[in-house]
Every structure is written in C-alpha cells, then in structure tokens.
Design a protein around this ligand. Structure first.
Ligand code: ZN
Length: 237
C-alpha cells in the first residue's frame, strides 16, 4: 500500500505494528493511520539542536528481569520540556512488538515500561497532584514496592519525530509525578488525555545498554566503550 502525507504528499510508512502515529519526515505533520486512511493530528516543531548520541535507528540492549536481555530499535522520540529544562524520551521497539521508553537526561538513562493506571491508583495520584508540592515525600505503593514522591511538574512536548504510540505533538501538555524507591528504582505517573499511566523504570549506564549505530557528532569523540565493544565483537568472530 502506497501511503502519502495528506499535508505535503511525501510518502510515509507505518512499519511497526501497534505504532499508528508517524511524524512526516518532510513537513513534520503528526499523522495517524486509521485503517487505510491517514489523518493529520498535530504539528511537530523542528527539533532543537541537542548533543544526544542516540538517533532513530540506534539499537540498545535492555534487561527484562531474570537475567534476560533483549535488543530493540529506537524508532521514535519525544522531546519534553518543563520550566527548568528539557530531555529526550526515545521509543524502543522490541522484537515482540512491545515498547519501552528510554529517558535521557544529563548523561543518565532510564528504561521505562508503561502501563495504564488502575482506578484506585489513578485516584490516589490525582489527589497528590491536587496537593501539589505539599505532597513531596508522600509514600505510594506500586507492585509491592514503596515509592516516595520526589517531584510534581507540568511537562510539555517540545517536538516529536519518527513512530509513536500516542498523538504527542508540539504543545501537548501533561501533569507528571516522579517517585523514587529506596533501591534507586523510579516510577512516573502521567495524567494523559485518555487517563493515567505509570512508567516504571530502572537506571542503566550507557555501557550496559551496549548501543549500536550511534549518531556521529562532528567534533565529538564517541565514548571509549564503543571501541571496546567493537573489539570484543571482533574477538568473538
Ligand atoms: Zn508531510
């Protein structure tokens, strides 16, 4: 099926099952595939320059628990902003068609898995949002783990690119709560247009993610570990 952007006519593809959103690479209109029809559902600004070494097409190796790992592909990105800065969240598409989000902020990497909030959890988080910053430090149980509220903020999409699972384009704004637990795990609650979602995650070092196909930045040396990883790879052959 030949698909074209209804705004500029450029060819577009939706190659990832379950990801019905795509930012047109030519005019940056956010497109939604609905059956055989394509709708324009938003507009994405030109992404500001940033020094991320990731790009669409970078692959990362993530932990699934029980010692298992899987390598996925970065296929989309949302850049979020708030009143004190901005950061990237990359959509990692796994071979089984599920996704993870990789948040990238000040050289730290958070691997997050999203799930819809159950009604009681959603109500509890909405109440904390109403209390605002006076809720800092409040305890919250999630999957048998006690988390503590560490931040509440309003975040706004600066821009998006590539394939996405939700219509997040420039200006999309949500309320967000960050929680931390005693062992360094993180939980984020986001009140989105269609309800509340949790994103539970773990911190990973860049070397643990074993990235391949990094973006080349003129004047920037790639980190040493990629050379080491390449050597290891070569040694195995
Ligand atoms: Zn277009």
């Amino acid at each position: 099926m030949d698909l074209h952007c209804p705004n500029c006519g450029a060819p577009v593809q939706f190659p990832y099952t379950g990801l019905s959103m795509q930012v047109c690479g030519s005019c940056r209109t956010l497109l939604r595939l609905d059956g055989a029809a394509i709708q324009a559902v938003g507009q994405c600004a030109t992404l500001p320059f940033d020094v991320s070494i990731f790009q669409i097409g970078t692959t990362l190796n993530i932990a699934l628990g029980n010692g298992r790992h899987v390598r996925g592909n970065l296929v989309g990105r949302v850049r979020w902003g708030w009143d004190q800065g901005s950061w990237n969240e990359w959509l990692l598409y796994l071979p089984d068609g599920t996704i993870r989000w990789i948040a990238e902020e000040s050289g730290m990497y958070m691997v997050m898995q999203g799930q819809r909030a159950r009604q009681a959890q959603d109500a509890a988080c909405r109440a904390m949002l109403e209390h605002g910053r006076s809720a800092l430090g409040h305890a919250f149980m999630f999957n048998d783990t006690t988390y503590y509220l560490s931040d509440i903020k309003t975040v706004r999409c600066v821009s998006s690119e590539g394939a996405l699972d939700e219509p997040v384009s420039t200006g999309y704004t949500i309320q967000s709560i960050d929680f931390r637990n005693a062992s360094g795990g993180s939980l984020t609650y986001q009140m989105e247009d269609d309800g509340g979602y949790f994103y539970e995650g773990y911190y990973a070092q860049l070397s643990e993610l074993d990235p391949k196909n990094l973006r080349g930045l003129d004047g920037w040396a790639k980190p040493d570990f990629t050379a080491l990883a390449d050597k290891k790879q070569a040694g195995r052959r």
